[in-house]
Design a protein around this ligand. Sequence first.
Ligand code: RB5
Length: 143
Amino acid sequence: MKIALACDHAGYPLKEMLKKYLNDYEVLDFGAFNEESIDYPDTGFPAAIAVQKNECQRGILICGTGIGMSIVANKVKGIRASLCHCLEFAILTRKHNNSNVLCLPGRFLDDNQAVQIVDAWLNTEYEDGRHQRRLDKIAAREL
Ligand code: RB5
């Protein structure tokens, strides 16, 4: 599985930590590459588009709250981006939403919390069944 990583300045420290942590995966880093102020759409859109095109199978996008990145990613057709700040959300959004982009609030998670969320999100399977009917309804209305 290839993972697209992206952040802004507020997500940079967590992105760098996760980049090292995810050494069992192929990672494509869309930046930011330092803590200078940068606009999250500039890195978030290219990363989400890489997932849309299946150049990467998953994406992890990090800004201060995770909210900006989730707005960006969910503008991209085919992306189901989930802002998760707890383990339970990470598990449920994989099981129920077949989430393909994880958005994290870099300013509100410590490394341990982030790793738990990422591990759960990467390793939980989609349940399919009744959930697919709902995802099909979303896909049918995507612009
Ligand atoms: C940057 O200050 C901050 O606005 C950004 O990281 C993010 O939280 C936006 O949603």
